[in-house]
Design a protein around this ligand. Structure first.
Ligand code: ADP
Length: 629
């Protein structure tokens, strides 16, 4: 009989399956069972409105049969079935399958290890079979057809006979080789464990006849075999089962399968709640950042079930933005199945569930922070940014709720610490929570502005992300302690006497500073004597609400409007260069002008900012170097 050719794109996947060295071949059974379950779903939903179906919920089943002699494994269902066209369309091409969509989206990915994670579909049966035979009768038809294929060279479709509606998939297993023993899929216990592992929460019974042994009646040592039909799956969805019955492996497996992750989740939250909102929730915090997480493309949301039936694949209203990294599902009896998306947004019950989930997630995170610090730090490295945005967004509406979850790098502890921990270590005379901003921890650590604060023994929080300072400004204070940038005007470190003597000193140099300010041509608002510098000659600080770091961040945004922080150039009177400046002020004002520019540019560079004219800067230094030694 003439063979019909597979469509090109199907051939690619098929080829991959047949010749695969995929280690996880066993998943083919899961795929066939899922297909069977989907087909039953279709007929079951139909039966709700169509009396002619003549079957009720309990009548549906999936059955697995093994034939050791003929080396076949068969999966039977009494679902909706397929007619001739459907056999042709569905099995002759993979155009509808999730695997093809995946392959298209990730062009060039032909790695079965990856595709396998996303459900490989019907063709996966070719990983273990040399021939596949599908006999199916569609609902509403009294004809049946047989589809058969031995792989790449095409398939045949012929009329067949079948008494009842549904589908039979017969796998003729590959011959055993030295490396591979396909007979394992004829072993009842192996099949049973595969069903348990992959298909336990399929909602219809998966039955199998299992051969058992018992003592013959009246005999003490003679055994007889008998057949017992067992239901292999527990049918209860994992989230409805009791925590005690479930292992980490169960949760992890479920997560990887359902949410397409290659890695186990970092944290699992399984909770059932009764009261104002009654629901079961199974939530996961991923161990890694989804590739599109910090992009506009990422869609937050949880799966929403009503009494075990999926209502919505991604319900965004269940998760606040600051917890958008959470994956998982919620099952509630309080929701109507027929509720529309628009209505759902206003559903009171849904709001209650969302509120309760938000609290639950926070308390789990706090619990992780308290009891599994390392895990929390891992979490925070991935999603801390989102929490900080959460503090800042919506004019700080969620700042109080989120603030105990924040962490920043500590100058003292050399690791991430919470603000509460910082406050716990504050010195008695310490007024402020100090922080410093920069591109990374090392460069902040070298900032001259941190010198004095460190010298006093005070801890400094190092802010390295763009959002950090905005978030702290939004918080303003924590338990009554104000945040203070080490670059801000008054650090609150000096005694009144120190301040007074500084003021006097400043008076003495007033003219020189005013000359220097003019020399900088509007680049700074003021040149001033520094109280915070110890060993460095200069630094830049700012006056007012806008810091240099914020200026950097805001100006990096695509906007016409650029901002500029009020810069102050601080000079260290204890540095030898200060004497030189004074001398030049008396004797050589031109040179003082050059020196002032040099000092300013140095301060700019220390801040990690670009200088306006690097060539002029370089020339000025070279001129200095060329002076007689
Ligand atoms: P997917 O399940 O991802 O769509 P498959 O390759 O596994 O891809 O299956 C292709 C299609 O074949 C299914 O979408 C379904 O329409 C049909 N199909 C597969 N198995 C069955 C079955 N047991 N009963 C009815 N239809 C089936």
């Amino acid at each position: 009989m003439e063979k019909i050719q597979f469509k090109t794109e199907s051939k690619r996947l098929l080829d991959l399956m047949i010749n695969s060295v995929y280690t996880n071949r066993e998943i083919f059974l899961r795929e066939l069972i899922s297909n069977a379950s989907d087909a039953i779903d279709k007929l079951y939903y139909r039966s709700l409105t169509d009396r002619n179906v003549g079957l009720s919920r309990e009548d549906f089943f999936i059955k697995i049969e093994v034939d050791k002699e003929n080396r076949t494994l068969t999966v039977i269902d009494n679902g909706i079935g397929m007619n001739r066209e459907e056999l042709e369309d569905n099995l002759g091409t993979i155009a509808n399958s999730g695997s093809l969509a995946f392959m298209k989206e990730h062009q060039g990915v032909e790695d079965i290890e990856i595709i396998g994670q996303f459900g490989v579909g019907f063709y996966s049966a070719f990983m273990v079979s040399k021939r596949l035979t599908v006999i199916s009768r569609a609902y509403g038809s009294d004809e049946a057809f047989q589809w058969e294929s031995e792989g790449l060279d095409g398939y045949t479709i012929t009329p067949a006979s079948k008494d009842s509606v549904g589908t039979v998939v017969i796998l003729s297993l590959k011959d055993n080789t030295e490396e591979e023993n396909y007979d394992e899929y004829l072993d009842a216990y192996r099949i049973k464990s595969l069903v348990k592992k992959y298909s336990d929460y399929i909602r219809y019974p998966i039955k199998m006849d299992i051969e058992k042994r018992r003592l013959k009646e009246g005999s003490k040592n003679e055994y007889e075999t008998y057949i017992e039909t067992e239901t292999l799956n527990s049918m209860v969805p994992i989230w409805r089962r009791h925590k005690n019955e479930l292992s980490d492996e169960d949760y992890h497996y479920f997560y990887r399968e359902k949410f397409f992750d290659f890695e186990d989740p970092l944290w699992v939250i399984h909770s059932s709640t009764e009261g104002k909102a009654t629901y079961n929730a199974l939530l996961f915090i991923p161990a890694r950042i989804p590739f599109d997480y910090y992009s506009k493309k990422y869609e937050k949301g949880l799966q929403l079930y009503s009494n075990g039936v999926l209502v919505m694949e991604k319900c965004a209203d269940l998760l606040p933005d600051h917890f958008s990294f959470v994956k998982g599902l919620v099952d509630s009896q309080d929701l109507s199945l027929n509720i529309s998306r628009e209505m759902l947004q206003h559903d009171r019950q849904l709001k209650l569930i969302a509120q309760s989930l938000e609290k639950k997630i926070k308390s789990e995170l706090l619990n992780m922070l308290k009891n599994e610090r390392e895990t929390y730090e891992k979490f925070y490295k991935n999603f801390g940014l989102q929490l900080k945005w959460g503090v800042y967004n919506n004019f700080g509406a969620n700042k109080e709720f989120l603030k105990p979850l924040l962490m920043f790098y500590s100058s003292l502890e050399k690791k991430l610490v919470t603000i509460e921990e910082y406050i716990g270590r504050m010195k008695e005379d310490q007024k402020y929570i100090y922080y410093a901003c920069g591109n990374n921890v090392d460069s902040i650590d070298r900032l001259p502005q941190t010198e004095l604060v460190k010298d006093k023994g005070y801890e400094i929080l190092y802010l390295v992300d763009d959002i950090d300072e905005f978030a702290l400004k939004m918080l303003h204070e924590y338990d009554g302690k104000e945040f203070k940038s080490v670059s801000s005007g008054d650090l609150g470190l000096e005694t009144e006497e120190e301040k007074e003597s500084a003021q006097k000193q400043a008076e003495d140099y007033k003219e020189m500073f005013s000359f220097m300010k003019d020399a900088l041509n509007g680049k700074v608002k003021e040149v001033r004597l520094s109280l915070r510098l110890k060993s460095h000659p200069v630094c830049l600080t700012t006056d007012g609400a806008l810091s240099l770091e914020m200026e950097k961040v805001l100006n990096s945004l695509p906007s016409e409007h650029k901002v500029r922080a009020d810069r102050i150039l601080e000079i260290n009177a204890n540095h030898p260069i200060f004497e030189t400046l004074n001398k030049l002020f008396e004797e050589d004002k031109d040179k003082l002008k050059t020196y002032t520019e040099l000092l300013y540019n140095q301060a700019v560079l220390i801040e990690g900012l670009p200088i306006e004219d690097p060539v002029a800067f370089s020339n000025a230094i070279c001129d200095l170097m060329a002076e007689k030694v």
